[in-house]
Design a protein. Structure first.
Length: 168
């Protein structure tokens, strides 16, 4: 995982499946809330009896969102690019799956009146779910981390370069 990505376990949904795990992630170089680049959520659902809608006993649900430059929001291919970030991340990490579905949303918020000091904001949000084909979910977590890094605008790590962890 990239050093800018900070994960935390949070309460998981309880009504959808008998077993679940949820993580939140923040992309932030300094841990100062003012420097937050993006955030997201990774949820794994498990139902030993399986669920027909999943065609599986497992379901992975992810979300990644970040603010972006207003001129990028005008790109008519932004949705396709956001979806490609997800599918490319799954392929790059070797996360085998089926029944993939989701959305890419761009949000334009304009402020008025007393809120004019904050200006307008543009945000992209990728939401998706899929059924893993196996029980090793590490590749799916890595794919979500890669998606979150891309949505947040971090540059890709070049091939043949290894990330060094921070000294603590």
């Amino acid at each position: 995982m990239r050093p800018e990505l900070h994960l935390e376990e949070v309460p998981a949904p309880t009504r959808i499946a008998p077993f679940a795990l949820a993580l939140t992630g923040e992309v932030n170089r300094t841990r100062d809330p003012e420097d937050l680049l993006g955030s997201g959520r990774f949820v794994v659902l498990y139902d030993p009896a399986g669920q027909e809608a999943w065609s599986s006993t497992f379901r992975v649900i992810v979300m990644g969102r970040a603010q972006m430059e207003p001129e990028l929001a005008q790109d008519p291919l932004l949705g396709e690019v956001g979806w490609a970030w997800l599918t490319d991340a799954l392929a790059e990490c070797g996360a085998a799956y089926h029944s993939l579905s989701g959305t890419v949303t761009r949000v334009l918020s304009e402020t008025f009146g007393g809120l004019l000091l904050s200006g307008g904001e543009v945000e992209i949000e990728v939401r998706a779910s899929w059924s893993p084909t196996g029980t090793d979910l590490a590749a799916h977590l890595r794919a979500w981390a890669l998606l979150l890094s891309q949505v947040s605008g971090l540059p890709p790590i070049p091939d043949n370069v290894s990330l060094l962890s921070r000294r603590r």
